[in-house]
Design a protein around this ligand. Structure first.
Ligand SMILES: Cc1cc2nc3c(=O)[nH]c(=O)nc-3n(C[C@H](O)[C@H](O)[C@H](O)COP(=O)(O)OP(=O)(O)OC[C@H]3O[C@@H](n4cnc5c(N)ncnc54)[C@H](O)[C@@H]3O)c2cc1C
Length: 389
């Protein structure tokens, strides 16, 4: 497809939308991004960009900005939440010095990508909520919340969890509640916070903590298995007491952080199937619109970046948009399924109880002592994947 001069409309100025917008604009497309929010603002908390995602930031020419805004991770530590004893350490800096792994505040990554998109000529239009998407009757047609109807040439749905473009392509799906909730918060960090992701594990619960913004903030995600329902939302808040009670038998270090949280966000964790169809009738979906994932492998933003790069490259390499979109789905769908399945499994691994937990922790401690590189090697399929190669 001749990308140069083609007109592309992207719905959603999140990580997927802004990355694909810059990638296509750098290849000469005229890209417009429609975003429902009134501004690109300070929303969300921490995200981890692993080496597979970082390669795309570098290929988009944003490596220096990523280095400036992100905090380079030295290690990931698994810790027993009740005793504070270390179970496993993945020494990223020592074992994978050439593979950057960074912690970002979501707002900083979105701002960095938005600036990158604008610099490449992308027009970002705010306050553009899309309420209806019609596919299969000529060109893709959009209806805005203000009632305007527009037809577009190529439509890219980067509109997240509740994607209208996915619904138009695949119909409605019914996600199911996993009976897990995640509280999210950021705190001012104490001096000397280490650039390490710490995972404190307990029965049916875990807490993840890592620094953000050059060590000025601490990101907290606390996950609990429970019967009670919670909404799948990025903006719901909860009573901090519920969070403190859930982790009252964790080590004082963790309880001290939780005691300082005044308004945690509460996020009900749902499982969504990976979309069967990622393109059709002049439209495509990517990021959470195509494959929302549980957060237990920290791959939501990384998969969005991988999709964005592959979509822009397959479109520019193909003879026609249809051929490019088909190549995009073929290149991405199996990997997305594998990552989503691995994230689903990880929750169970963190939350073990009784004898299974004792055996698993003893095994990990042995590995840590005698073959510390083994665990990181197990993630090579994930982190060493290079869609820009
Ligand atoms: C407000 C918010 C906070 C988040 N906080 C965290 C966090 O703290 N930690 C974490 O790990 N992940 C967080 N995420 C999710 C994470 O960003 C994504 O899982 C991942 O980056 C994939 O990104 P995406 O671009 O596919 O989707 P998203 O990041 O969800 O972006 C989708 C974008 O599309 C816009 N949009 C949606 N529907 C419409 C519509 N109908 N019309 C116009 N625009 C539309 C949204 O406003 C949003 O800007 C958050 C997402 C959002 C939207």
């Amino acid at each position: 497809m001749v990308v140069k001069g083609s007109q592309v409309t992207v719905i959603g100025a999140g990580i997927a939308g802004l990355a694909v917008a810059r990638a296509l604009a750098l290849r000469g497309a005229e890209v417009t991004v429609l975003e429902q929010a009134p501004e690109i603002r300070e929303v969300g908390a921490g995200l981890q960009i692993t080496p597979n995602g970082h390669r795309i930031l570098a290929a988009l020419g944003l490596e220096a900005e990523a280095e400036r805004e992100g905090t380079r991770a030295e290690a990931v530590e698994l810790i027993d939440g009740e005793t504070g004893g270390q179970v496993l350490k993945l020494d990223l800096l020592k074992q994978r010095p050439a593979q950057p792994f960074r912690f970002f505040h979501r707002a900083d990554l979105v701002t960095l990508l938005a600036e990158g998109a604008r610099a490449a000529g992308v027009e970002i239009r705010l306050l553009q909520k899309i309420e209806g998407v019609t596919l299969g009757q000529g060109r893709p047609r959009l209806r805005t919340a203000q009632g305007a109807e527009v037809e577009v040439d190529l439509l890219i749905g980067a509109d997240g969890l509740h994607s209208k473009v996915r619904e138009a392509l695949c119909g409605k799906v019914a996600p199911f509640f996993t009976h897990q909730v995640a509280w999210r918060a950021t705190l001012s960090a104490e001096p000397g916070i280490r650039p390490v992701a710490q995972v404190f594990m307990g029965e049916g619960r875990h807490v993840v903590s890592y620094p953000l913004r050059g060590g000025r903030q601490r990101n907290i995600v606390a996950v609990e298995e429970r019967r009670r329902w919670a909404e799948e939302s990025w903006s719901l808040t909860d009573d901090p007491l519920a969070l403190r009670i859930a982790f009252e038998d964790f080590v004082p270090e963790v309880r001290g952080w939780l005691d300082r949280i005044e308004r945690p966000n509460l996020w009900g964790l749902f499982r969504h199937p990976v979309a069967e169809r990622w393109y059709g009738h002049g439209a495509a979906i990517l990021g959470d619109a195509a494959h929302p994932t549980l957060p237990f492998l920290a791959q939501g933003a990384n998969m969005a970046l991988e999709d964005a790069w592959v979509l822009a490259s397959t479109l520019s390499d193909a003879a026609s948009p249809e051929e490019g979109l088909a190549a995009y789905q073929a290149a991405r769908q199996a990997r997305a399924r594998r990552i989503v399945a691995a994230a689903n499994a990880n929750a169970t691994n963190y939350h073990l109880s009784g004898v299974r937990r004792d055996l698993a922790h003893a095994g990990l401690k042995l590995l840590n002592r005698f073959a510390p590189a083994t665990m990181l090697n197990r993630f090579d399929w994930l982190y060493s994947h290079d869609v820009t190669a």
